[in-house]
Design a protein around this ligand. Structure first.
Ligand code: UDP
Ligand code: MN
Length: 272
């Protein structure tokens, strides 16, 4: 068992998200964090995709999909969910399975940790954010990428949690209630389970669409986490790739582990 009481935790259920996690793990290591870096993975990820993460020092933790009912699984199957709650603002890659998102809740079973900071596998951390381990459950940032109205909504790509088996059991019960439909999967569920969620500054989960929709909000001196929601930076030539080129180049540098751009220079290009 780990000696650390704190862990960054991510989830990967297929090789594509393992690719994402590689950039995330590299980025976390560069922040010189003292916390463990945990990759929860399902049986859907082949050993060859996990090996590089372990080689980087991540702790691999096997985590199966949740034991939800067949009816629940049918309601949240990709085709049915996309039909019932269409994504009109961006595209989801073919390798994204909505049902897999709920496996995030397994982090509440990692009870040896006093606090965990969950981070989606499609994100990178630009500076040390260990202070979040001193924050209470449940903290998350707003789901802002289009307009001010979005500050009411929570994004589940980054959050602070206190693992506890009791909480996990209570969640499973609430999650799979008769006819329950969580239109944005774990995100809708967590916002409902923690209605009094504490708000983190938006910079702890800066969504990539802010880059072109709300550029005034993008301040490199403050951005701690970049989160590539919707299209992924490792998807070859997706339809927003041109508009997101600088952010994709940044992700690529973290993934490849080469020549990370100086964030302070990005913040102040004239002085670079
Ligand atoms: N995830 C996964 N496999 C899937 C779907 C999701 O491993 O098929 C995990 C992964 O950590 C991912 C997170 O759940 O980053 C949430 O999905 P995603 O980031 O694609 O959603 P978005 O941020 O675009 O809403
Ligand atoms: Mn994400």
């Amino acid at each position: 068992m780990s000696a650390s009481r704190h862990a960054y935790v991510t989830l990967v259920t297929n090789a594509d998200y393992a690719t994402g996690a590689r950039a995330l793990v590299n980025s976390l290591k560069l922040t010189a964090t003292a916390a463990d870096i945990v990759v929860m993975h399902t049986g859907g990820v082949e050993a060859a995709a996990l090996a590089p993460l372990e080689a980087l020092g991540a702790r691999l933790v096997a985590a199966e999909l949740l034991p939800t009912s067949d009816a629940f699984n049918r309601r949240h199957a990709r085709e049915r969910l996309h039909a019932a709650a269409p994504f009109t603002k961006g595209g989801k890659p073919a390798f994204h399975t909505p049902l897999d998102n709920f496996a995030k809740l397994r982090l509440w079973q990692l009870a040896a940790y006093e606090r965990v900071v969950f981070i989606d596998a499609d994100a990178i951390v630009l500076r040390n954010i260990d202070r979040l381990f001193g924050y209470p459950e449940f903290c998350a940032a707003p789901n802002v990428y289009e307009s001010l109205a979005d500050f009411h909504r929570m994004n589940s790509g980054v959050f602070v949690a206190r693992p506890a088996q009791r909480t996990f059991a209570a969640m499973l019960e609430r999650l799979d209630a008769p006819d329950a439909f969580w239109r944005r999967t774990d995100q809708t569920f967590l916002q409902s389970f923690f209605p009094d969620w504490h708000g983190l500054p938006v910079f702890y989960n800066m969504l990539q669409y802010v880059w072109f929709n709300l550029p005034a909000l993008w301040d490199w001196r403050s951005v701690s986490v970049v989160h590539y929601q919707y299209e992924k930076p490792w998807q070859a030539g997706h339809d927003k790739a041109d508009r997101l080129a600088p952010l994709i180049a940044l992700w690529r540098a973290y993934h490849d582990g080469t020549a990370i751009p100086d964030i302070d220079a990005l913040a102040n290009p004239a002085a670079a």
